[in-house]
Design a protein around this ligand. Structure first.
Ligand code: ADP
Ligand code: ZN
Length: 436
């Protein structure tokens, strides 16, 4: 097993929880004393500086922080330090609206790098590795986050950024790259380019994929692993909490270990806000325990997942979060059925003759009725010329979707390579509901 900070990662839970409680009390007082935003919010909720917090479950008294509050206080309204102490600013990719910013002190960058290094070590990276970072460099937290973490771990880092497929592949071959950092969608895209390129797979020394920043079903992971001959681990994070490194897979790949010494997670019912038990599925809420620049109390991530506190075979004691089903914003309600794109992806990938690329088109008929069209790429265009076969395939997909998800969808099969490819996060949903 690879560890970056074994003492912390395998700390007995009793000690870990004592550390969390101490840090929770401190961070609540810190927020109260250093930001007007939390001072007002905590006073209004009757929590004040947090001196009434005696045990971890008392966190319940603290009100949630919503994504909209980040937007309302854009850009620096929630910052807790003087400007001179800020050494870096990032911003979210803005998938669901105006971007939110993250600010970092020197200590924030240092802790962030530790958390990312842990995730990379858990995913198999050592100082012997040569890692190509194919996340887009810039405001996005992914590229620089992984960059600093991997350097801290001692790996050799190639800051490739995204785009220019031929050059991506050339650098991989020429420099003997052993690991790839990318979104699953971009890794899939690159894997297809390798398959179709003039060089055989053994011209590459790739063995690891450290993928993250969007949902990746186990089925999609398997496709990428097979195409590139690599082992893939998943890691999770977001700008509001600093970036990647919040949680990541160990070799068991049975849930991503949370960096619990720096982040305190909870699961709540997304409709009522009520706390749920370990093992129940709901919205992930996270409190940053050590952030200085922009600390966050009980942030509503909108990501749907489950927390598992059972000991993991790898020896790490930190809680594991299951792969997210997606964001609450991504959930579609089609004729009364709740469905996440990842659930559709899992069904599609197991069907022969179609590729892993798909698009979901949502339309509104009349005032209320939403319909779903699933566009999927064929692996072989000749199917389009055989009406009987085409019909049969469409029916098969329709039936699988219906039996697994209880959902009636229109299926459209399109020729290979006609759906959009993504270099960052994939945009699978085309929502036409508000268009005439
Ligand atoms: P944006 O919200 O604009 O996409 P971020 O880049 O901060 O900005 O993205 C954070 C979000 O990305 C998370 O809330 C989550 O929905 C998604 N995400 C990040 N990593 C993963 C992962 N490993 N698996 C699933 N979703 C992820
Ligand atoms: Zn583990």
């Amino acid at each position: 097993m690879n560890f970056f900070q074994k003492d912390i990662e395998t700390m007995p839970r009793k000690d870990l929880e004592a550390l969390q409680l101490e840090r929770l009390k401190n961070i609540v007082a810190y927020c109260y004393n250093n930001t007007k935003f939390y001072h007002d919010k905590l006073d209004k909720a009757g929590v004040g500086d947090g001196s009434r917090i005696k045990q971890l479950s008392d966190i319940e008294y603290i009100p949630f922080t919503e994504k909209s509050e980040f937007r309302d206080n854009y850009p620096f309204g929630m910052v807790a330090v003087p400007h001179k102490d800020i050494v870096r600013v990032h911003a979210s990719s803005g998938t669901t609206g105006k971007p939110t910013v993250g600010v970092y002190t020197k200590q924030d960058i240092d802790i962030w790098s530790d958390c990312v290094a842990r995730v990379c070590a858990a995913g198999g990276v050592t100082e012997e590795d040569i890692i190509q970072i194919s996340f887009g460099y810039g405001l996005f937290t992914g590229a620089l986050g992984l960059h600093y973490g991997l350097e801290k771990l001692g790996a050799m880092v190639i800051p490739m950024s995204s785009g220019n497929t031929e050059k991506q592949l050339m650098m991989m071959r020429d420099l003997g790259v052993t690991g790839l950092v990318a979104t699953p969608s971009y890794a899939l895209y690159l894997s297809e380019a390798v398959k179709e390129g003039e060089y055989p797979l053994d011209a590459y020394k790739l063995k690891l994929g450290i993928l993250g920043s969007e949902p990746c079903t186990p089925e999609m992971r398997e496709t990428i692993e097979k195409n590139l001959g690599i082992y893939v681990s998943d890691n999770y994070g977001m700008t509001e909490l600093g970036g990647p490194g919040v949680s990541g897979d160990c070799f068991e790949r049975d849930g991503m270990h949370f960096a619990e010494d720096h982040f305190l997670p909870e699961i709540v019912n997304p409709d009522t806000g009520k706390r749920l038990e370990s093992g129940e599925t709901g919205e992930l809420i996270v409190t940053t325990l050590t952030k200085q620049g922009m600390p966050v109390l009980r942030y509503r991530t909108r990501d749907i997942t489950t927390l598992d506190y059972e000991p993991c075979k790898c020896g790490r004691t930190h809680v594991r979060m299951s792969k997210t089903k997606g964001r609450t914003d991504d959930m579609l309600i089609i004729k009364g059925v709740n469905v996440f794109p990842t659930q559709i992806e899992s069904v599609l990938i197991n069907i022969d003759k179609i590729g892993p690329h798909y698009q979901l088109v949502v339309r509104r008929e009349g005032n209320f009725k939403d319909t779903l069209e699933i566009k999927v790429e064929l692996l072989d265009a000749s199917v389009l010329e055989n009406y009987g076969e085409l019909e049969k395939l469409i029916r098969l997909i329709q039936e699988r979707i219906k039996s697994v998800l209880g959902l009636q969808a229109k299926i459209t099969l399109v020729p290979p390579k006609t759906l959009e490819r993504f270099q960052g996060k994939a945009k699978r949903i085309l929502d036409l509901r508000n268009e005439k």
